[in-house]
Ligand binder design. Structure first.
Ligand code: ACO
Length: 333
Protein backbone atom coordinates (compact mmCIF):
# COMPACT_ATOMS: atom_id res chain seq x y z
CA UNK A 1 0.00 0.00 0.00
CA UNK A 2 1.29 3.46 -0.97
CA UNK A 3 -0.28 5.74 1.58
CA UNK A 4 1.28 7.05 4.70
CA UNK A 5 2.77 10.29 5.86
CA UNK A 6 5.17 10.59 2.89
CA UNK A 7 2.54 10.05 0.20
CA UNK A 8 0.98 12.80 -1.93
CA UNK A 9 -2.77 13.34 -1.74
CA UNK A 10 -4.46 14.04 -5.08
CA UNK A 11 -8.00 14.80 -6.18
CA UNK A 12 -8.65 11.56 -8.05
CA UNK A 13 -12.22 12.44 -9.03
CA UNK A 14 -14.48 15.47 -8.92
CA UNK A 15 -18.20 16.08 -9.46
CA UNK A 16 -20.98 18.51 -8.72
CA UNK A 17 -24.73 18.85 -8.89
CA UNK A 18 -27.24 21.66 -8.66
CA UNK A 19 -31.03 21.38 -8.54
CA UNK A 20 -32.84 22.00 -11.84
CA UNK A 21 -35.09 24.82 -10.63
CA UNK A 22 -33.62 28.26 -11.43
CA UNK A 23 -34.77 31.29 -9.43
CA UNK A 24 -33.87 34.47 -11.31
CA UNK A 25 -33.45 37.93 -9.81
CA UNK A 26 -36.58 39.02 -11.68
CA UNK A 27 -38.60 36.24 -10.03
CA UNK A 28 -37.15 37.15 -6.62
CA UNK A 29 -38.26 40.74 -7.15
CA UNK A 30 -41.83 39.45 -7.11
CA UNK A 31 -41.27 37.94 -3.63
CA UNK A 32 -39.28 40.71 -1.85
CA UNK A 33 -38.70 44.42 -2.45
CA UNK A 34 -35.58 44.16 -4.62
CA UNK A 35 -34.53 44.43 -8.25
CA UNK A 36 -32.30 42.63 -10.72
CA UNK A 37 -30.24 45.82 -11.00
CA UNK A 38 -29.64 46.05 -7.20
CA UNK A 39 -28.67 42.40 -6.85
CA UNK A 40 -26.38 42.34 -9.89
CA UNK A 41 -24.60 45.60 -9.09
CA UNK A 42 -24.11 44.77 -5.37
CA UNK A 43 -23.24 41.07 -5.74
CA UNK A 44 -22.86 39.90 -9.37
CA UNK A 45 -25.58 37.27 -8.86
CA UNK A 46 -28.16 36.78 -11.67
CA UNK A 47 -29.84 33.57 -10.55
CA UNK A 48 -29.56 30.67 -8.12
CA UNK A 49 -30.77 27.04 -7.94
CA UNK A 50 -33.51 25.98 -5.53
CA UNK A 51 -34.27 22.41 -4.42
CA UNK A 52 -37.80 21.28 -5.31
CA UNK A 53 -40.26 18.47 -4.62
CA UNK A 54 -38.75 17.21 -1.39
CA UNK A 55 -35.16 17.20 -2.68
CA UNK A 56 -32.98 17.12 0.46
CA UNK A 57 -29.43 18.21 1.22
CA UNK A 58 -28.42 14.54 1.24
CA UNK A 59 -30.07 14.00 -2.19
CA UNK A 60 -28.09 16.91 -3.64
CA UNK A 61 -24.87 15.73 -1.99
CA UNK A 62 -25.43 12.15 -3.17
CA UNK A 63 -25.70 13.29 -6.80
CA UNK A 64 -22.40 15.21 -6.54
CA UNK A 65 -20.70 12.27 -4.78
CA UNK A 66 -21.87 9.83 -7.48
CA UNK A 67 -20.41 12.11 -10.15
CA UNK A 68 -17.07 12.35 -8.30
CA UNK A 69 -16.88 8.57 -7.80
CA UNK A 70 -17.69 7.98 -11.46
CA UNK A 71 -15.00 10.47 -12.50
CA UNK A 72 -12.50 8.69 -10.22
CA UNK A 73 -13.58 5.31 -11.63
CA UNK A 74 -14.49 4.10 -8.16
CA UNK A 75 -17.19 1.81 -6.85
CA UNK A 76 -18.85 2.09 -3.44
CA UNK A 77 -16.53 -0.59 -1.98
CA UNK A 78 -13.47 1.54 -2.85
CA UNK A 79 -14.42 4.37 -0.46
CA UNK A 80 -12.93 4.08 3.05
CA UNK A 81 -14.18 7.30 4.67
CA UNK A 82 -16.91 9.86 3.96
CA UNK A 83 -16.91 13.42 5.32
CA UNK A 84 -19.66 15.91 4.54
CA UNK A 85 -19.38 19.67 5.00
CA UNK A 86 -22.77 21.30 5.45
CA UNK A 87 -24.61 23.88 7.51
CA UNK A 88 -28.00 22.65 6.29
CA UNK A 89 -28.00 18.97 7.34
CA UNK A 90 -31.17 16.99 6.61
CA UNK A 91 -31.70 16.92 10.42
CA UNK A 92 -29.56 17.50 13.54
CA UNK A 93 -28.86 13.77 13.72
CA UNK A 94 -28.04 11.33 12.27
CA UNK A 95 -25.37 13.11 10.27
CA UNK A 96 -25.98 13.87 6.61
CA UNK A 97 -22.83 11.80 5.95
CA UNK A 98 -24.57 8.71 7.33
CA UNK A 99 -27.64 9.42 5.18
CA UNK A 100 -25.47 9.84 2.07
CA UNK A 101 -23.56 6.66 2.98
CA UNK A 102 -26.81 4.69 2.74
CA UNK A 103 -27.88 6.38 -0.51
CA UNK A 104 -24.51 5.57 -2.09
CA UNK A 105 -24.44 1.99 -0.77
CA UNK A 106 -21.05 2.44 0.92
CA UNK A 107 -19.64 -0.15 3.33
CA UNK A 108 -19.73 0.40 7.13
CA UNK A 109 -16.96 2.97 6.87
CA UNK A 110 -16.61 6.01 9.18
CA UNK A 111 -18.96 8.84 8.15
CA UNK A 112 -19.33 12.24 9.77
CA UNK A 113 -20.28 15.87 9.16
CA UNK A 114 -18.13 18.94 9.63
CA UNK A 115 -19.69 22.26 10.61
CA UNK A 116 -17.50 25.10 9.37
CA UNK A 117 -20.13 26.83 7.20
CA UNK A 118 -18.70 28.22 3.95
CA UNK A 119 -15.17 27.12 4.91
CA UNK A 120 -16.45 23.58 5.43
CA UNK A 121 -15.13 22.14 2.19
CA UNK A 122 -11.54 23.18 2.94
CA UNK A 123 -11.89 21.95 6.53
CA UNK A 124 -12.98 18.53 5.23
CA UNK A 125 -10.22 18.58 2.62
CA UNK A 126 -7.62 19.00 5.36
CA UNK A 127 -9.19 16.36 7.62
CA UNK A 128 -9.36 13.95 4.67
CA UNK A 129 -5.69 14.59 3.79
CA UNK A 130 -4.51 14.07 7.35
CA UNK A 131 -6.53 10.86 7.74
CA UNK A 132 -5.10 9.55 4.46
CA UNK A 133 -1.62 10.36 5.71
CA UNK A 134 -2.32 8.19 8.76
CA UNK A 135 -2.05 5.25 6.38
CA UNK A 136 -5.35 3.75 7.55
CA UNK A 137 -7.41 4.81 4.51
CA UNK A 138 -6.93 4.62 0.74
CA UNK A 139 -9.75 6.72 -0.73
CA UNK A 140 -11.65 9.45 1.07
CA UNK A 141 -14.87 10.92 -0.32
CA UNK A 142 -15.57 14.48 0.72
CA UNK A 143 -18.77 16.32 -0.09
CA UNK A 144 -19.86 19.95 0.33
CA UNK A 145 -23.66 20.03 0.13
CA UNK A 146 -26.18 22.73 0.99
CA UNK A 147 -29.90 23.34 0.84
CA UNK A 148 -29.65 26.97 1.93
CA UNK A 149 -33.14 27.73 0.58
CA UNK A 150 -34.41 25.91 3.70
CA UNK A 151 -32.87 28.48 6.07
CA UNK A 152 -33.58 31.63 4.04
CA UNK A 153 -36.02 34.18 5.38
CA UNK A 154 -37.91 34.87 2.15
CA UNK A 155 -39.11 38.16 3.70
CA UNK A 156 -35.56 39.43 4.33
CA UNK A 157 -34.22 41.02 1.16
CA UNK A 158 -30.79 41.58 2.72
CA UNK A 159 -30.07 37.82 2.79
CA UNK A 160 -32.47 35.80 0.61
CA UNK A 161 -31.09 37.27 -2.62
CA UNK A 162 -27.58 35.98 -1.88
CA UNK A 163 -27.80 32.22 -1.42
CA UNK A 164 -28.63 29.06 -3.39
CA UNK A 165 -28.59 25.25 -3.26
CA UNK A 166 -25.97 22.87 -4.69
CA UNK A 167 -23.21 20.37 -3.98
CA UNK A 168 -19.71 19.40 -5.02
CA UNK A 169 -17.57 16.40 -4.14
CA UNK A 170 -14.08 15.02 -4.58
CA UNK A 171 -12.40 11.67 -4.04
CA UNK A 172 -9.01 12.07 -2.36
CA UNK A 173 -6.43 9.38 -2.98
CA UNK A 174 -2.89 8.80 -1.72
CA UNK A 175 -0.31 8.36 -4.49
CA UNK A 176 3.42 7.80 -4.61
CA UNK A 177 4.28 10.91 -6.67
CA UNK A 178 6.18 13.51 -4.65
CA UNK A 179 5.42 17.19 -5.24
CA UNK A 180 1.89 16.90 -6.63
CA UNK A 181 -1.59 17.12 -5.16
CA UNK A 182 -2.62 19.06 -2.09
CA UNK A 183 0.59 20.78 -1.00
CA UNK A 184 -0.87 22.40 2.11
CA UNK A 185 -3.95 23.84 3.76
CA UNK A 186 -4.33 26.60 6.31
CA UNK A 187 -7.38 26.65 8.61
CA UNK A 188 -8.44 29.38 11.04
CA UNK A 189 -11.40 30.59 13.11
CA UNK A 190 -12.46 33.44 15.35
CA UNK A 191 -15.55 32.52 17.34
CA UNK A 192 -15.64 35.93 19.02
CA UNK A 193 -17.08 37.37 15.78
CA UNK A 194 -19.64 34.58 15.40
CA UNK A 195 -22.69 36.78 15.93
CA UNK A 196 -22.31 38.64 12.64
CA UNK A 197 -23.42 35.54 10.72
CA UNK A 198 -25.57 32.90 12.40
CA UNK A 199 -28.91 31.14 12.75
CA UNK A 200 -29.96 31.76 16.36
CA UNK A 201 -32.98 29.46 16.61
CA UNK A 202 -33.38 25.70 16.42
CA UNK A 203 -30.30 24.54 18.32
CA UNK A 204 -30.15 23.40 21.96
CA UNK A 205 -29.69 27.01 23.07
CA UNK A 206 -33.01 28.04 21.55
CA UNK A 207 -35.11 24.98 20.80
CA UNK A 208 -38.06 25.64 18.50
CA UNK A 209 -41.04 27.24 20.21
CA UNK A 210 -44.07 29.00 18.78
CA UNK A 211 -42.42 32.31 19.73
CA UNK A 212 -39.09 31.48 18.14
CA UNK A 213 -40.83 30.53 14.90
CA UNK A 214 -43.01 33.65 14.92
CA UNK A 215 -39.88 35.75 15.54
CA UNK A 216 -38.28 34.07 12.48
CA UNK A 217 -35.20 32.99 14.44
CA UNK A 218 -34.75 29.77 12.43
CA UNK A 219 -33.34 31.63 9.47
CA UNK A 220 -29.85 32.80 8.53
CA UNK A 221 -29.02 36.26 9.93
CA UNK A 222 -26.13 38.29 8.59
CA UNK A 223 -24.59 41.71 9.14
CA UNK A 224 -23.48 42.00 5.52
CA UNK A 225 -21.16 45.01 5.72
CA UNK A 226 -19.17 43.58 8.68
CA UNK A 227 -18.88 40.19 6.97
CA UNK A 228 -17.70 41.86 3.77
CA UNK A 229 -14.87 43.77 5.44
CA UNK A 230 -13.53 40.84 7.45
CA UNK A 231 -13.89 38.37 4.54
CA UNK A 232 -11.66 40.37 2.21
CA UNK A 233 -8.96 40.87 4.84
CA UNK A 234 -8.72 37.31 6.22
CA UNK A 235 -9.02 35.50 2.89
CA UNK A 236 -6.21 37.61 1.44
CA UNK A 237 -4.01 37.09 4.52
CA UNK A 238 -4.66 33.35 4.71
CA UNK A 239 -3.87 32.80 1.03
CA UNK A 240 -0.74 34.98 0.95
CA UNK A 241 0.65 33.33 4.12
CA UNK A 242 0.07 29.90 2.59
CA UNK A 243 1.89 30.88 -0.61
CA UNK A 244 4.85 32.21 1.39
CA UNK A 245 4.98 28.98 3.38
CA UNK A 246 5.30 27.04 0.12
CA UNK A 247 7.71 29.48 -1.52
CA UNK A 248 5.21 30.33 -4.27
CA UNK A 249 4.56 33.87 -5.49
CA UNK A 250 1.10 35.13 -6.57
CA UNK A 251 2.44 35.22 -10.16
CA UNK A 252 3.10 31.46 -9.98
CA UNK A 253 -0.59 30.76 -9.24
CA UNK A 254 -2.47 29.62 -12.36
CA UNK A 255 -6.00 29.41 -11.01
CA UNK A 256 -7.78 30.80 -7.92
CA UNK A 257 -11.03 29.22 -6.77
CA UNK A 258 -12.42 31.48 -4.06
CA UNK A 259 -15.63 31.02 -2.09
CA UNK A 260 -18.23 32.41 -4.50
CA UNK A 261 -20.08 34.89 -2.29
CA UNK A 262 -19.92 38.30 -3.89
CA UNK A 263 -18.27 39.63 -7.06
CA UNK A 264 -17.13 42.79 -5.26
CA UNK A 265 -15.23 40.68 -2.70
CA UNK A 266 -13.50 38.80 -5.54
CA UNK A 267 -12.60 42.03 -7.38
CA UNK A 268 -11.07 43.49 -4.23
CA UNK A 269 -9.12 40.31 -3.52
CA UNK A 270 -7.82 40.20 -7.07
CA UNK A 271 -6.53 43.78 -6.82
CA UNK A 272 -5.09 43.45 -3.34
CA UNK A 273 -3.35 40.12 -4.02
CA UNK A 274 -2.01 41.16 -7.41
CA UNK A 275 -3.78 38.23 -9.08
CA UNK A 276 -5.62 39.11 -12.31
CA UNK A 277 -9.35 38.40 -12.24
CA UNK A 278 -8.94 36.20 -15.36
CA UNK A 279 -7.34 33.64 -13.05
CA UNK A 280 -10.58 33.43 -11.00
CA UNK A 281 -13.16 31.09 -12.58
CA UNK A 282 -16.47 32.59 -11.44
CA UNK A 283 -19.90 30.98 -11.31
CA UNK A 284 -21.62 32.96 -8.55
CA UNK A 285 -23.68 34.72 -11.24
CA UNK A 286 -25.46 31.38 -11.87
CA UNK A 287 -25.53 29.83 -8.39
CA UNK A 288 -25.22 32.61 -5.79
CA UNK A 289 -23.49 31.69 -2.55
CA UNK A 290 -23.79 27.92 -1.97
CA UNK A 291 -21.67 27.89 1.21
CA UNK A 292 -19.78 24.57 1.61
CA UNK A 293 -20.71 23.59 -1.96
CA UNK A 294 -19.32 26.77 -3.47
CA UNK A 295 -15.64 25.81 -3.92
CA UNK A 296 -16.09 22.22 -5.20
CA UNK A 297 -18.87 23.38 -7.56
CA UNK A 298 -16.60 26.06 -9.03
CA UNK A 299 -13.58 23.73 -9.04
CA UNK A 300 -15.50 21.09 -10.98
CA UNK A 301 -16.72 23.60 -13.56
CA UNK A 302 -13.24 25.09 -13.97
CA UNK A 303 -11.80 21.60 -14.45
CA UNK A 304 -14.49 20.63 -16.98
CA UNK A 305 -13.93 23.90 -18.87
CA UNK A 306 -10.21 23.09 -19.21
CA UNK A 307 -9.18 26.00 -16.98
CA UNK A 308 -7.06 23.67 -14.81
CA UNK A 309 -4.26 21.69 -16.39
CA UNK A 310 -1.70 19.21 -15.15
CA UNK A 311 1.13 21.06 -13.36
CA UNK A 312 -0.99 24.14 -12.54
CA UNK A 313 -0.89 25.72 -9.11
CA UNK A 314 -4.49 26.03 -7.91
CA UNK A 315 -5.33 28.16 -4.88
CA UNK A 316 -8.61 27.60 -3.00
CA UNK A 317 -9.76 30.31 -0.55
CA UNK A 318 -12.78 30.19 1.77
CA UNK A 319 -14.56 32.27 4.38
CA UNK A 320 -17.70 31.64 6.39
CA UNK A 321 -19.71 31.64 9.59
CA UNK A 322 -17.85 30.88 12.77
CA UNK A 323 -16.13 32.98 11.75
CA UNK A 324 -13.95 30.52 9.87
CA UNK A 325 -11.55 30.88 6.97
CA UNK A 326 -9.13 28.67 5.09
CA UNK A 327 -6.94 28.32 2.04
CA UNK A 328 -5.46 25.38 0.24
CA UNK A 329 -2.71 25.09 -2.38
CA UNK A 330 -2.80 22.31 -4.97
CA UNK A 331 -0.35 21.33 -7.67
CA UNK A 332 -2.69 19.65 -10.13
CA UNK A 333 -1.44 16.15 -10.99
N1 ACO B 1 -32.59 44.88 -2.73
C1 ACO B 1 -32.71 46.22 -2.67
N2 ACO B 1 -32.20 46.94 -1.66
C2 ACO B 1 -31.55 46.27 -0.69
C3 ACO B 1 -31.39 44.87 -0.70
C4 ACO B 1 -31.96 44.18 -1.77
N3 ACO B 1 -31.86 42.83 -1.89
N4 ACO B 1 -30.70 44.51 0.39
C5 ACO B 1 -30.41 45.63 1.07
N5 ACO B 1 -30.93 46.71 0.42
C6 ACO B 1 -30.86 48.10 0.79
C7 ACO B 1 -30.64 48.29 2.27
O1 ACO B 1 -31.86 48.24 2.97
C8 ACO B 1 -30.01 49.65 2.30
O2 ACO B 1 -31.02 50.62 2.19
P1 ACO B 1 -30.93 51.98 3.05
O3 ACO B 1 -29.67 52.67 2.58
O4 ACO B 1 -32.20 52.68 2.66
O5 ACO B 1 -30.87 51.55 4.47
C9 ACO B 1 -29.18 49.69 1.01
O6 ACO B 1 -29.74 48.68 0.17
C10 ACO B 1 -27.71 49.41 1.20
O7 ACO B 1 -27.59 48.26 2.03
P2 ACO B 1 -26.19 47.74 2.48
O8 ACO B 1 -26.35 46.63 3.44
O9 ACO B 1 -25.37 48.92 2.87
O10 ACO B 1 -25.65 47.17 1.10
P3 ACO B 1 -24.19 46.73 0.75
O11 ACO B 1 -23.68 47.56 -0.36
O12 ACO B 1 -23.32 46.56 1.96
O13 ACO B 1 -24.44 45.27 0.16
C11 ACO B 1 -24.35 42.95 0.74
C12 ACO B 1 -25.05 44.27 0.96
C13 ACO B 1 -24.51 42.53 -0.70
C14 ACO B 1 -25.00 41.89 1.64
C15 ACO B 1 -22.86 43.10 1.09
O14 ACO B 1 -22.70 43.73 2.33
C16 ACO B 1 -22.14 41.79 1.10
O15 ACO B 1 -21.99 41.13 0.08
N6 ACO B 1 -21.61 41.36 2.25
C17 ACO B 1 -20.85 40.12 2.33
C18 ACO B 1 -21.76 39.00 2.48
C19 ACO B 1 -21.06 37.71 2.24
O16 ACO B 1 -20.16 37.63 1.44
N7 ACO B 1 -21.48 36.70 2.91
C20 ACO B 1 -20.98 35.42 2.66
C21 ACO B 1 -19.83 35.01 3.50
S1 ACO B 1 -20.22 33.83 4.66
C22 ACO B 1 -21.22 32.69 4.05
O17 ACO B 1 -21.17 32.51 2.88
C23 ACO B 1 -22.21 31.95 4.88
Amino acid sequence: MINGKDSSIVIGGIGSYAPQKILSNQELAKIVDTSDEWIRSRTGIRERRIAQNGETCSDIGTRAAQAAMEHAGMKPEDIDLLIVATMTPDMPFPSTACIIQTKLGLRNIPCFDVGAACSGFLYTLEIGCQMLKSGDYRNVLIVGAEKLSSIMDWRDRTTCVLFGDGAGAVVLTAVDRPGVGILGTSLAANGAEGKILNMPGGGSNEPATTESVLERRHYLKMMGKEVFKIAVRVMEQSALDLLVRHNITPEDVDCVIPHQANMRILELMSTRMGLPLEKFPINLDRYGNTSAASIPLALNEAHQDGKIKSGDYVLLIAFGAGLTWASSLIKWH
